[in-house]
Structures are given as structure tokens and as C-alpha cells.
Design a protein around this ligand. Structure first.
Ligand code: HEC
Ligand code: HEC
Ligand code: HEC
Ligand code: HEC
Length: 186
């Protein structure tokens, strides 16, 4: 019965997924050609682009939809890209290139829905390392100034936040699992 799919069958099954025809291929071709550069960057930052792979590939999207930054399909506090794509332009390019590598890994079957959980700790660690390295810059892009008033926070939050700079802590030190299943590495 259940014959394992060959690499080519898997590639084909993946390519014929309808979402593929529209958004991502077009975006990648445009990125590679360097055409309409700025516009492409904005378009690929929308959730639909990230969903096109992550919806069927793993459980990331479902978890995000149950998290506090998601309200409804038309209304979110933060998109995937808001948390994961760095703001400065050079960093954006770095992430685009890494995303192209992601395609390669998916085609060669390194990550599948079946083995996703095994790979999660290593993927989560990559994200944590990025956030440690830039002092959780993407979180701070929104949670700053009037959107991060210590005086308006509940005591437990305030007591932690007031000390974090002095203690050399950053958002992700305490807020892991904010958008996905919390991964614990021991
Ligand atoms: C073409 C398919 C595809 C698209 C589109 C895609 N991803 Fe991924 N993504 C993957 C695969 C496959 C992996 C696991 C690859 C690996 O690192 O081994 C991955 C891993 C990740 C990781 C964890 C590893 C890391 O690099 O930090 C994050 C975070 C991520 N994707 C976010 C996003 C966001 C945000 C978007 C939309 C801007 C997006 N992805 C669009 C296929 C895709
Ligand atoms: C695009 C803007 C944006 C980004 C990026 C963002 N947030 Fe939020 N976040 C919000 C908004 C809006 C709310 C809801 C209003 C509020 O609680 O301030 C929220 C709520 C929260 C809450 C309260 C959750 C609850 O249970 O109600 C926490 C904790 C939080 N964010 C942490 C983070 C962390 C950590 C990051 C980075 C990994 C991050 N946020 C990135 C906009 C953002
Ligand atoms: C030392 C740990 C720690 C650090 C570092 C930290 N937080 Fe928190 N944060 C907490 C705790 C504890 C709460 C209380 C809610 C809870 O129990 O999860 C909280 C609550 C919040 C809330 C909800 C506040 C409300 O009004 O209810 C937001 C938003 C938030 N944190 C964002 C951030 C952001 C953004 C950063 C980085 C700038 C950050 N936190 C850094 C521990 C921390
Ligand atoms: C509020 C910020 C936030 C949003 C929104 C968000 N993520 Fe994440 N993501 C994180 C953090 C933080 C981690 C690091 C692991 C952890 O603490 O959960 C992470 C980890 C990941 C991983 C690595 C696997 C894992 O479970 O850790 C992937 C893949 C990923 N995110 C993709 C996405 C995609 C795709 C979306 C949109 C559907 C998205 N993220 C939305 C903050 C966010």
C-alpha cells in the first residue's frame, strides 16, 4: 500500500498546490530579476506568502491563529513577517536568501509534516539566536513608547520589565512561545 513518494512525486505534488501558482513563484522570480524591488519586499511580507508553505507543511499557522497576536483573518496585531523579517533592508535580503534555501530543503524533503516536531527545537533555536542578537528588535518595533507604558501594566509584568535592562534581559528571554507551541530545550 503506502509506497513512499519519490523525490519527484513529492516535488510535483508540492508544485501543483494551487497557492503556488499565484503568489510565491511570481514573487521569487521578481526578486531574482530585481524588478519592482521595493514593491516585492512589501508583498512578500504579507501573511498569504508565508501561509502558502507553512499552512500545509507544519502546524505553525494553526498555532499562530490561536495566539494573542492573531484576531481574525482580516485583522491581526502582528503578521508572521512583523515578528520574523528584520526591518533594516540588508537584513531583509538575508532573510529572503534564507527563505530561498527553505524551498530547497522542502523540495529535498528535509522537513515534512511528519518529521517537523523533531526539527522544531533546532528551528526555534535559530529564531531565538536571531532575537537575542538584535535585542528582540521586531518586538520592540511595536512594544515601545506609548505602547509599552510600564505605569499601565499589571504589577507582575511591570516588575519584570522595569528590571530587564539592568539585568541584561531581552523580550525573548521571557516570552518564548508567544505565537507557537512553546518549545522547551533542556
Ligand atoms: C517556499 C516555502 C516557504 C515559504 C514561502 C516560507 N517558508 Fe518559512 N520555512 C520553510 C521551510 C521548508 C522551513 C524549514 C527549513 C529549514 O530551516 O530547515 C522554514 C522555516 C522557517 C523558520 C524557522 C527557521 C528560520 O530560518 O528562522 C521561520 C521563522 C520561517 N520559516 C518563517 C517564515 C516567514 C515569516 C515566511 C513569510 C515571510 C516564510 N517562512 C515563508 C518554507 C517556507
Ligand atoms: C506588529 C506589532 C507587534 C509585534 C511585532 C509584536 N507585537 Fe506583541 N502585541 C501587539 C499588539 C497590538 C498586542 C495587543 C495589545 C497589547 O497587549 O499591547 C500585543 C500583545 C502582546 C502580548 C500580550 C499577550 C496577551 O496574552 O494578551 C505580549 C506578551 C506580546 N505582545 C509580546 C510580544 C513579543 C515577545 C514580540 C516579539 C517576539 C511581539 N509581541 C511582537 C503588537 C505586536
Ligand atoms: C524578565 C522577564 C521578562 C522580560 C525580559 C520581558 N517580559 Fe514582558 N512580561 C513578563 C511577565 C512575567 C509578564 C506578565 C504576564 C505573564 O504572566 O505572562 C509580561 C507581560 C508582558 C505584556 C502584557 C502586558 C499587559 O499589559 O498585560 C507585554 C505586551 C509584554 N510583556 C511585552 C514584552 C516585551 C515587548 C518585552 C521586551 C521589550 C518584554 N515583555 C520583556 C516578563 C518579561
Ligand atoms: C508575535 C511574534 C510572532 C509571530 C506573529 C509569528 N512568530 Fe514564528 N516564532 C516567534 C518566536 C518567538 C519563535 C521562537 C520559538 C518560540 O519561542 O516559540 C518563532 C518560531 C517560529 C518557527 C520555528 C519553529 C518553532 O516552532 O519554533 C517557525 C517555522 C515560525 N516561527 C514561523 C512563523 C510563521 C509562518 C508565522 C505566521 C503564520 C509566525 N511564525 C508568526 C514569534 C512569532
Amino acid at each position: 500500500m503506502n509506497q513512499p513518494l519519490s523525490r519527484w512525486q513529492r516535488l510535483w505534488r508540492w508544485l501543483k498546490h494551487p497557492l503556488w501558482l499565484g503568489i510565491p513563484i511570481g514573487i521569487f522570480v521578481l526578486v531574482l530579476m530585481g524588478a519592482g524591488f521595493q514593491g516585492v519586499m512589501v508583498a512578500s511580507n504579507q501573511n498569504a506568502f508565508c501561509f502558502s508553505c507553512h499552512l500545509s507543511m507544519d502546524t505553525i499557522v494553526q498555532e499562530y491563529k490561536a495566539s494573542p497576536h492573531y484576531v481574525s483573518d482580516g485583522d491581526v496585531y502582528a503578521t508572521c513577517a512583523d515578528c520574523h523579517v528584520p526591518h533594516p533592508f540588508i537584513d531583509k535580503m538575508k532573510v529572503k536568501i534564507a527563505a530561498t534555501a527553505d524551498i530547497y530543503y522542502m523540495m529535498t524533503g528535509k522537513i515534512t509534516k511528519e518529521n517537523f516536531e523533531e526539527h522544531r527545537p533546532e528551528l526555534a533555536q535559530m529564531v531565538w539566536d536571531d532575537m537575542e542578537a538584535d535585542n528582540s528588535a521586531n518586538c520592540r518595533h511595536c512594544h515601545a513608547g506609548d505602547n509599552f507604558l510600564l505605569s499601565e501594566q499589571p504589577q507582575r509584568a511591570r516588575l519584570n520589565h522595569v528590571q530587564m535592562d539592568k539585568r541584561g534581559e531581552t523580550c525573548i528571554d521571557c516570552h518564548t512561545g508567544i505565537a507557537h507551541k512553546r518549545i522547551v530545550i533542556k
